[in-house]
Design a protein around this ligand. Sequence first.
Ligand SMILES: *Cc1c(COP(=O)(O)O)cnc(C)c1O
Length: 763
Amino acid sequence: MPNNNVKSVAMEYLDKPISECTNQELYYILLKIVQREAKLLPVNNEKKKLYYISAEFLIGKMLSNNLLNLGIYDEVKAELAANGKSLDDIELAEIEPSLGNGGLGRLAACFLDSQATLGLTADGVGLNYHFGLFQQFFKFNQQGYKPDEWLIEPTWLTKSDVQYEVPFARFTLTSTLYDLEVLGYKQETRNRLRLFDLDSVNADIIEKGSISFDKTNIEENLTLFLYPDDSDRNGELLRIYQQYFMVSNAAQLIIDEALEKGSNLHDLDEYAVVQINDTHPALIIPEFVRLLTTKHGLTFEEAVDVVSKVVAFTNHTILQEALEKWPMNYLDEIIPDVANIIRGLSDLVKHNFPGNDAVSIIDNNDRAHMAHMAIHYGFSVNGVARLHTEILKNSELKAFYDIYPERFNNKTNGITFRRWIMASNHELSEFLDEKIGRAWHHDADLTGLYDFQDDEEVYQKLAEIKATKKEHLAEHLRITQNIPIRTNSIIDVQIKRIHEYKRQQMLALYIIKKYQMIKAGQKPKTPITILFGGKAAPAYTIAQDIIHLILTLSDLIQRDPEVRPYLQVEMVENYNVTEAEYLIPAADISEQISLASKEASGTGNMKFMLNGALILCTLDGANVEIAEKVGEDNIYIFGRSSEEIVDLYARNAYSAHDYYHREAIKPIVDFIVSDEMLELGNKENLRRLHTDIANKDYFMALIDLEEFIDVKEQMYADYEDQEAWMRKVLVNIAEAGYFSSDRTIREYNDDIWHLESNYQTEA
Ligand SMILES: *Cc1c(COP(=O)(O)O)cnc(C)c1O
């Protein structure tokens, strides 16, 4: 056992005492300590392994989480403190990996943590992007883009000696596999996140000061960026190159590992189960068929049968534009053998379900539907919250549910409590330990808090913790982004990808209303701080316009001495896991205001609940289940129901124009193009957004606006009674246990994966 106190390792590597090390040096030392300790733990290696394949893993910084999971966090922190060093400061030296983008990627990261914590034999598989999606910055109140560089030594990656050949029509590429250790909470074993890369990738092809590059230069661009712009043909081709590279490597790895354990490949399902996170990895189905038939002697029928017992599919969205459909001629151009296998799979479906066009794989426009392929040739399809799964079964995927009812199941998402409370909110975590003991570290059961429902001291303490976390956030935003916020204000937060269905524009319209109210003399008792964070896809024009509206409003308010004392609006740059870890513990109000039926689950909602923010929401995604747990007195619900919305779309019956002309709405929407806004902002952005909202409003911000305004006003008024507020906060924390990803992963394992386990299955 190596000697792993910080002092001795600092002497070993740098030959100096802790007090003389820089934070950067200490970061390096701590990384070495974690990696040594991790390598002492055997890798889980039961006969059957789960391969969780995902285009993204939004894992966040690793240091604190790994120290915590190794059980040495407190010890290390104390040793550093005794030498005048702060672990929080040292953590600033770590760069967050840019391997993901939003909720789907963060879910994959929470799942890895829970799989390791439950001791399951499970690896994550994905790609090692060098620059992620992009690093966001704001200039002239517009979103700007830089490569999000993170592969700067020291990193947590270790290069393995695994390499595969991936054959494309025009060339063959050789991959390199990197591993990242995945530690469970106080577990004696570990798992890995396995990321494939390409040695020939070349950052020099990125045009200076942008994220543009030659999309046709596959050998040099393949793993540069996550979700490269696919608004043109070359962009779509590149996405197919990336996806196939990911799944061909994964399939070869899975087959090799099974062979090594003694599989004859006819029994592959006894050695491997593959969960595909959305459709990005769906090409693994024809790739398995290709490898099994051409390299391992199975017939087409045998290979199809094997694959269908190995692959399970998670659906993450019902948004039509997000359901991938690849033109067959693109697939013919890049991976002709795979394209032909897809034709074979499609013919089989046509033969089995004649005339049932709704379930075809290749449609009349000669496009291959990845989701359809995954449902026909997988053994499980799950939605990610109860409402979402019901919508899949009853409308979006009804044609499939009718033929394969037994394949459909729900797995309501969850979050890992290690990162989202123990690491990011020590204050609350320690308070819970003191009040209800430490069993929740393992079972996530926080209902012991109900014993303190009438305890004023507990309310007082919860309020103090919130105040402390507001101070931490304020300090962080001041230092890193030069944003000063008032710590005595109500902190009201909407952080998530910018998308019309998530309706950041509706909150922006509320801000206009509040601005007008304050101008008219209706001043809030407690000042309000509304914080946004989120990236918009570069090719998504309206999302850019929404960012511009928010930043322009922020500017307008900041310049207005009448309004400024009561209202502040800020958009945090480059929202990521690190920012989330500061923002969520400090929030009083969590905005979960998507158009009902459109948010599959959401996981941000769960993180806020756990950290004692009250939720303002529509009955969408997992909000429905949260509302059920906490009861309607402890959550703020508004808006049309998902049934009404699904029906409005079906009948094409929503008229933005009718809502726009309502007395309560028109002055708010028109303010977007008022003289003061046009003077401060960009006319093109503001006019385009105004026209869109007034005439189209595809995601129906106006339908719920009036009710939204009323509920927000009620919520701010309720905040003034801190005791009643804290009573609700306590219930939200107490009920958060269900939303632990440990629960979600147990359900996946019990219903879908059936891996060897020694955790207790709940009755
Ligand atoms: C949790 C999380 C998300 C998902 O948030 P939603 O509100 O569920 O969309 C996205 N990004 C980051 C950084 C997160 O931590």
